[in-house]
Unconditional design. Sequence first.
Length: 355
Amino acid sequence: MIERLEATLTKYNELETELTKPEVLSDIKKTRQFSKEMSDLEDIVNCYKKYKKILSEIEDAKEMIKDPELSEVAKEELKTLEANKEQLDKELEILLIPKDPNDSKNVIMEIRGAAGGDEANIFAGDLFRMYTRYAEKQGFSYQVYNSIEGTAGGYSQIEFIVKGKGAYSLLKYESGSHRVQRVPVTESNGRLQTSTATVLVMPEADEDVEIEINQQDLRIDIYRSSGCGGQGVNTTDSAVRITHLPTGLVVTCQNERSQIQNKEQAMKVLKSRLYEMQEAEKAEKEGNERRSKIGTGDRAEKIRTYNYPQNRVTDHRIGYTTNSLDRIMDGALDDLVNALIQEDQKRKLQGEINE
């Protein structure tokens, strides 16, 4: 571990030196790249510096023990220092787990009502509210770029971007099938019903990520918006649907006020979808896991159940259960997200040990 930490510290110092050179400072792309690399290493470097300081203090305390007058005080200090060292050992272990390069990015999310008709669409709307409330609590913003409302409420489909540093790191575990058990407002007999909505999560591609999109491979359709884009949104042909012919990917954006804005947004989302496909292909070729070991990220995988009569939420991937469904649906996802992150770190650590 010490070798890896020393290598990280050396790399950090080299980047710091590079960022003082005029030829680097005059190149915006290089400056941004080196600054990001430094930022990614900063937590490890700061923690390692603390660790080295404590190791030095432990050696000093051991020397002090040899002095009869200072022995008792030094022994107490040594206990505290050893405990601090043990804590930093654990922190450094976690910090050295290879990071997902997408963790700091904005996140694109798509929620669809699945099995259960109107109730599934209503539940999709509940999930949308849950995620946007959570985003607000984190200080993130969000923007809907396409939505199709359900006939009885909610959405048969809603697509949106959550913007904020680290948004993807917190929401990336949400891909999959979400199941709700409750008596629907549409059910006149008061019977319990099970319905599902699916969630798709992917990182927004950076502007400087090179994704080749040939304009001849695109079919662009313009039509009248039907989404909730504010006053006047439905009076002009401003909605944009882009079909990427080689892959069959379709992206629709209708919630901006102008056709130009909708086209720009749709192109950003298309770029992110193609980036996600490219990353998946690359990972498969290299034999690496594309996503976290917490689930497959597949839309069909059942990941969580929301049981309203018992006010219970269960995440089936990690065996996490809480009886605070009401708080969770209001965006209090911190405990659940932290449990997923901790389990992911634990499995990755275990994987490294086994390797």
